[in-house]
Design a binder for this molecule. Structure first.
Ligand SMILES: [Zn+2]
Length: 302
């Protein structure tokens, strides 16, 4: 009885823990939508909130039978062997940056209201030009992760803004999506004019978030988990407990590690260049990037 109880209890705890962990929240925009964000990285190599990596795109099937594409870090750049490369799988360059998302500007009211009268109604606003938009308050950290885009134009936005201002986090930015399909979708990343509502200085919530974030490099290596109860990002350590089999494979079983006390997960990392963006710019030029496939957001598929 005692043994049965403890097994039941352990399973319940594992399931509860797994259910609370989920994929890292990313900025997903529909055609015409705009996110108002603060980048949580200076972009000058003094923090690890911005980075690039080469990834393979691997087809996966969730336990519920839904197919999705997962970007998988290619260790070849670390001079390590890569089984996917050996199988002839191609890589694409991706960039990722932590963002504090203040709000997302939608063209239409929250569609969830149609089925759920308790769903949040977004704030209706009118622009000086007479357009109507709906603002969804987000007010949390999300990841902006994309391929470099055709001619590396998405990457070039970051290079240009860094060149213009010396840092990436001294003002708000808008990220706007135009187009609905994989072929005709493009993004525009533009600075927001500095004023009282969009200050130069980091706001308290932005500063607090920036101090706690794990390095982007760990995100690429799938070493970060997200606790959707607390909104915390943690470095994870793969655990042998996964054989339990009772939990959904959509959620990761992880062991929590305090990110503040853990050394960089890449012990043999090469010395940091004076400017990460300069180095990345050279890297991008050398790679001659073309269009990268968009990863399908899992929410849309499941
Ligand atoms: Zn590879």
């Amino acid at each position: 009885m005692g043994v049965t109880n403890s097994i039941t209890q352990a399973r319940a705890q594992a399931a509860e823990r797994a259910a609370s962990f989920s994929f890292i929240p990313e900025i997903y925009l529909h055609d015409g939508e705009t996110a108002f964000v603060r980048f949580l990285s200076k972009g000058d190599g003094t923090d690890q909130g911005f980075g690039t990596a080469r990834v393979h795109f691997v087809e996966r099937t969730s336990k519920k039978g839904k197919k999705y594409t997962q970007p998988v870090y290619c260790p070849k750049e670390d001079d390590s062997q890569c089984t996917l490369c050996e199988q002839g799988e191609a890589t694409k360059a991706q960039l990722a940056i932590w963002c504090y998302v203040h709000y997302i500007r939608h063209l239409n009211q929250n569609p969830a209201l149609a089925n759920d009268k308790d769903a949040e109604a977004w704030r209706e606003i009118k622009t000086p030009g007479g357009s109507t938009f709906f603002l969804e308050d987000v007010k949390r950290v999300q990841l902006f992760r994309k391929g470099f885009g055709q001619g590396a134009y998405i990457f070039e936005y970051f290079v240009q803004h860094f060149d213009n201002h010396g840092v990436l986090n001294d003002r708000w930015y808008t990220i706007t999506r135009k187009g609905a399909s994989m072929q005709d979708t493009s993004y525009a990343i533009m600075p927001v004019e500095i004023d009282d509502k969009h200050p130069r200085e980091l706001m308290d919530e932005e500063r607090a978030a920036m101090a706690l974030l794990p390095p982007i490099d760990a995100v690429f290596r799938d070493q970060v988990s997200y606790d959707n109860r607390t909104g915390e990002f943690k470095l994870k350590v793969e655990d042998a407990v996964v054989s339990e089999g009772e939990v959904d494979d959509d959620a990761a079983l992880t062991k929590d590690v305090d990110t503040t006390s853990v050394p960089d997960p890449v012990p043999d990392e090469k010395p940091k260049p004076p400017s990460a963006l300069d180095a990345l710019k050279r890297h991008a030029a050398a790679q001659g990037e073309s269009v990268s496939p968009e990863t399908k957001p899992l929410e849309e598929l499941v």
